[in-house]
Design a protein around this ligand. Structure first.
Ligand SMILES: [Zn+2]
Length: 231
């Protein structure tokens, strides 16, 4: 196997999905240098972090987590681009795994009952063939041993005419797009909502709206990157 790998890397040298440099044989998706030096948020060490503050006074999220903070024209942007447009869904899965390993190493409690990825717009799903948030969530689920559920929350309205609407209407429009299918199944549970990139928080607010009337439900959020200053 090692021989084949050596041979393959001679013919098809693999490049780091973050910095684009050639990788060593044992490296996977992201080179060792990037694994260490990418701009990690470390939000799990600061419960009242910038992401948490985005929802402050509006939504009582429990944990607000993100692997990275978004940096424009940097390595995080390249990672997100590769996940979204280069069919690198395994990269999202890999990131979910290494992020969870880091959280566990820091003794951060991942005591969630269920992991729920934000469903992708149907048209986008058809076009892309996969939901990148789901692949990231799958990596978290695998390492944390918490069940992932993709059926409990669905998209109801397709907001195809969204771009034609005014900003305020657009905000209103986003509010009713998610629905929890089996409310009794999440009663009293702690749910981790997972998205790829968080910008304004409007999507997560809409998702939270669909859970908020359920008895004793607790919601936390996690993303690959948080773009505090836009994406
Ligand atoms: Zn790299």
């Amino acid at each position: 196997m090692t021989l084949i790998n050596d041979f393959m890397s001679l013919i098809y040298p693999r490049r780091c999905e973050a910095c684009g440099e050639l990788m060593l044989r044992h490296e996977k998706y992201i080179c060792s240098y990037c694994v260490i030096s990418l701009p990690k948020s470390n939000y799990h060490k600061r419960p009242d972090n910038e992401l948490y503050q985005t929802f402050w006074g509006r939504i009582p999220f429990m944990d607000a987590l993100s692997f990275f903070v978004f940096e424009k024209s940097g390595r995080v942007q390249r990672i997100l681009h590769n996940i979204k447009y280069q069919e690198q869904k395994e990269l999202a899965f890999h990131l979910g795994k290494i992020y969870t390993q880091e959280l566990l190493k820091d003794k951060f409690s991942l005591g969630y009952d269920m992991i729920v990825p934000i469903p992708l717009h149907k048209k986008k799903l058809k076009l892309r063939g996969y939901n990148q948030s789901e692949w990231f969530a799958m990596g978290i689920a695998e390492e944390s041993k918490v069940e992932m559920n993709t059926e409990i929350m669905v998209r109801v309205n397709e907001t195809s005419t969204q771009t034609k609407k005014k900003k305020y209407e657009r905000w209103e429009n986003v509010q009713g797009i998610f629905q929890v299918t089996k409310k009794e199944e999440v009663k009293g549970k702690h749910i981790l909502l997972v998205d790829d990139v968080i910008t304004t928080g409007a999507t997560l607010e809409a998702a939270w709206t669909s859970f908020k009337d359920i008895e004793d439900v607790k919601i936390s959020v996690a993303s690959i990157a948080f773009a505090a200053r836009g994406y």
